[in-house]
Ligand binder design. Structure first.
Ligand SMILES: Cc1cc2nc3c(=O)[nH]c(=O)nc-3n(C[C@H](O)[C@H](O)[C@H](O)COP(=O)(O)O)c2cc1C
Length: 261
């Protein structure tokens, strides 16, 4: 009798566990498209924010409509034709991990701590309504901070040198310390800063302390993050990497050359 009731309880628990696991697995699979849609929306919001085009209360999809998404070959700086690679389905983080879509970075090249770099990157173009000329380009960047990989979009003016805005949107730095990279007030300080000196050297960096606006280097300097110098150094390094030879420098060079003739 006792054996029978133990077996009954055992089977009841087993059935309950099975039903629960089905429910959890079903919810995970069922909610995935929604999670992906939300992730895309969040990315778009941050692209718009970096470009200074985000308007609270207006639909993200509506605001994003005029933004053109393209793919750039990082080593040549040239656009990749859409029939070769579709911007809608291209995932550069996944591509970086493959033999065909990415490559291993040598330690002396790997300033941003990426280990592997994709061959192609997405870029986002904003055009003037009047003449259709490019007014700004938004570029995805990433690199190691103290604890995590930090992800951001950097909007650069058509001069391929002046920063229009930045949006750090994903990281695992400490809230209140390195996490201040998310602070919109700190990000606002990036507007109008220059990437390159007149002789083409990538000069922009996050300094320790506050920028002296009368200083000669002020156009290339971003205010530091107090108590978070290691995260700030990571930001400087990732900028140096992505706006250097292995990142977007060849692309920005192409853009400048096309504008000049
Ligand atoms: C719990 C804990 C979390 C920390 N998180 C960060 C961080 O996210 N980013 C960072 O740069 N420093 C962080 N630090 C501080 C660093 O260890 C280091 O002291 C700091 O980067 C030096 O910056 P400072 O020269 O501006 O003080 C953290 C320290 C502790 C104890």
């Amino acid at each position: 009798m006792a054996d029978e009731s133990v077996a009954k309880s055992f089977y009841s628990v087993l059935i309950l566990a099975f039903v629960c696991s089905l429910l959890v697995a079903g919810a995970a699979v069922g909610l995935r498209p929604m999670q992906e849609a939300n992730k895309l929306k969040d990315q778009r919001k941050n692209i718009l924010y970096a470009a200074g085009l985000y308007e609270p209360g207006t639909s993200i999809d509506e605001l994003f409509k005029p933004i053109e998404t393209k793919i750039v070959n990082l080593s040549t700086g040239k656009y990749v034709p859409e029939d070769q690679l579709s911007p809608e389905s291209y995932d550069q983080l996944k591509a970086a991990l493959t033999a065909a879509g990415g490559r291993l970075l040598a330690p002396d090249q790997d300033l941003a701590g990426l280990r592997r770099l994709e061959k192609y990157s997405l870029v986002y173009l904003v055009r003037n309504k009047k003449d259709g000329e490019i007014s700004q380009i938004i570029l995805p960047v990433r690199g190691k901070g103290l604890w995590s990989t930090m992800y951001a979009y950097v909007a650069v003016d058509a001069d391929a040198n002046t920063i229009r805005g930045v949006s750090f949107y994903e990281h695992g730095e400490t809230p209140g310390l390195g996490g201040e990279i998310e602070n919109r007030r700190w990000q606002d300080g990036w507007q109008g800063k220059k990437l390159y000196t007149a002789d083409g050297k990538m000069e922009l960096k996050v300094i320790k302390g506050t920028v002296d606006p009368s200083g000669q280097q002020a156009p290339y300097q971003i205010d530091g993050l107090s108590g978070a110098t290691l995260t700030a150094n990571g930001v400087s390094k990732l900028m140096e990497f992505w706006f250097g030879e292995h990142g977007f420098k060849p692309y920005l060079k192409q853009l400048r050359e096309n504008q000049n003739g």
